[in-house]
Design a protein around this ligand. Structure first.
Ligand code: SAM
Length: 296
């Protein structure tokens, strides 16, 4: 049997069985219902209780898949009360799933306190993986994906937003932001002011839904694009912003010179291996950098 055969065997691993007392962190779709996984449906059907950020919102998702499992509310305003109750239920032998309104729980969503408490209590925590808007956006943004930081939501008020953006202005990695539609123009303008008009960025709006937008441009072009079209000021938005390429360290530049020289005589793989031996930098990181240099 090959590794691929093993990979496609359903439900072979014991820790995927949702009737085992554990906390299951279940990702749900960010728009397109077809993005739910078979394992997520199976888990939500079999657990004793589903803890939901909003029981009404999740009710629609659950009824869509014919799931009748009992739901409990679990959100930032009741997590102090609900966390010990859920932990106690699991300790008594029940299995509980946590879902948020959309995407992966804990990613700008409730759940951290519960997962932390489960670890403290020695309870098994099982990820049932699926969509997250941040990773979906990064995967289509057309910006370097070898290193990135997830920033999440910026402060709502201009002063706080600019202060936070300033902290990220010289970061060289790609930055991922969640943004509310009514703040998107203000945020794009603030980003253009702090990061520079010409910094590349990708607006990822309504991903996996009917009116999906993926537009890559400079920050000032994106600000104009959104301001000129009311439709772009609606829905759910992720902004992916390129890093500060002028802020590469001397080390980075020296590595690039070495990599470019090695590329003249060697394959990407061999160049990465040799450069890693010479610099002590991880081979995989150098391999990714070589691919970027090759594309330039
Ligand atoms: N936990 C979720 C995840 O894994 O993506 C994110 C929850 S956060 C409260 C909601 C934010 O995620 C939205 O305001 C938006 O920035 C982003 N988002 C969620 N769904 C999206 C979609 N379909 N397209 C673009 N952005 C989305």
């Amino acid at each position: 049997m090959t590794a691929t055969d093993t990979f496609f065997q359903p439900n072979t691993a014991i820790n995927t069985q949702p009737n085992i007392a554990a906390l299951y962190i279940v990702a749900t779709p960010i728009g397109n219902m077809s993005d739910i996984s078979a394992r997520a449906i199976n888990t939500l059907n079999k657990v004793d209780i589903i803890a939901c950020e909003d029981t009404r919102t999740s009710g629609k998702l659950l009824s869509n898949f014919g799931i009748n499992t009992q739901t409990w509310a679990y959100h930032e305003h009741n997590s102090e009360i609900q966390t010990p109750k859920i932990i106690e239920m699991i300790q008594r032998g029940h299995s509980i799933a946590l879902i948020s309104d959309a995407g992966t729980p804990l990613i700008s969503d409730p759940g951290y306190q519960l997962v932390q408490a489960a670890h403290k209590a020695g309870i098994k925590v099982v990820p049932i993986v699926g969509a997250s808007a941040a990773i979906a956006a990064l995967s289509v943004a057309g910006l370097p994906s070898d290193k990135f930081s997830f920033v999440g939501f910026l402060p709502a008020k201009t002063h706080g937003r600019i202060k936070q953006l300033e902290q990220y202005a010289n970061r060289t990695e790609t930055l991922i932001f969640y943004e509310a539609p009514h703040r998107i123009i203000a945020s794009l303008n603030d980003m253009a002011a702090v990061f520079g008009d010409t910094r590349p960025a990708t607006l990822c709006r309504e991903l996996t839904k009917t009116f999906e937008t993926v537009k890559k441009a400079t920050l000032s072009e994106l600000a104009e694009f959104v301001a000129a079209d009311n439709n772009q000021q609606k829905g759910e938005i992720v902004l992916v912003v390129g890093g500060d390429v002028n802020n590469k360290t001397d080390d980075d530049s020296a590595h690039d010179k070495l990599l470019l020289r090695l590329l003249e005589d060697l394959s990407v793989k061999k160049a990465a291996a040799l450069a890693s031996d010479l610099t002590g930098v991880k081979k995989n990181a150098l391999y990714q950098r070589l691919l970027e240099l090759q594309d330039k």
